[in-house]
Design a protein. Sequence first.
Length: 320
Amino acid sequence: MSRPGTAEARAPGGGAGGGAVGGDAAALAREAVGRGIGEPLPLFLQVARRVLRSPVGAVSAAVILVYVVMAVFAPAIAPYAPDATDLGARLRPPSPEHRFGTDGLGRDILTRVIYGARISLLVGSLTVLITATFGTVLGVLGGFYRGAFDAISGRLTELLLAFPYLIFAIGMMAFLGPGFANLVLALSLKGWVEFYRLARGETLDQAGREYVEASRALGQRSLRTLFREVLPNVLPSILVLATLRVGYFMVLEASLSFLGVGIPPTIPAWGSMIAEGRNVLFIAWWVSTLPGLALLVLVLAINLLGDRLQEAFDPKRRNR
């Protein structure tokens, strides 16, 4: 039986849940690098090659890699302890001793920016992992089987969509209390909705295709058809959305920390650092500006990488 496989995967932008992502099988075959005679690389490795061939994609990936290395090896890279205070050196401007200056308690801004990358990357990655998994499973099951399960899931998503995300997150954090785990939970309680809607739309589109009907006609079990035929064509769209949502959740985390309901002030986080410097912005601009720039650069790199991923999955969009 012939089926599209990953070459006919779809991405957000058209159809029931998005635009075509990999319909150009000939282009994929031409771009494939052989692992053996006539054996192409997997689709995701081909996509990685396409992304890295783009200057924007390569630079974005390099920037993200720098942040990840900085977060993982923060104790070895940071020049000071993140909670080390020196009241005699408070609000000092950037200098050879303190590259990013110091804050109102004499803490080194560069050190706290490095440690703050840990919080942002962890919150963004964990929240996306939870929401993408939960939303995709619900969306694929609902779109494939329909019925009462799909109806209940649809009503729940409509209820959650009625609340603005930031207001919903603030309310949940006020109920749960500040903390890393509570923050990830609060963001996840509504974050799965976008993945559900995309996965359901893509599944509805794929479920009506000939290769699925042929699989059913051959007597394959529905779960086998779902996970071997439909799901591989939904995953590329989910990957693109997941990449873009990492940056979005980082901004939400920073917003909640800025408002004092996210990460506790004792833990270095970019949002709380920006909040600490707002009262001294005109006399010590570096306290708020440099953590804000660190967040801006990382989120921009993630969003540009997500855009390049979408182009790599979609030959039609790439050739426009």
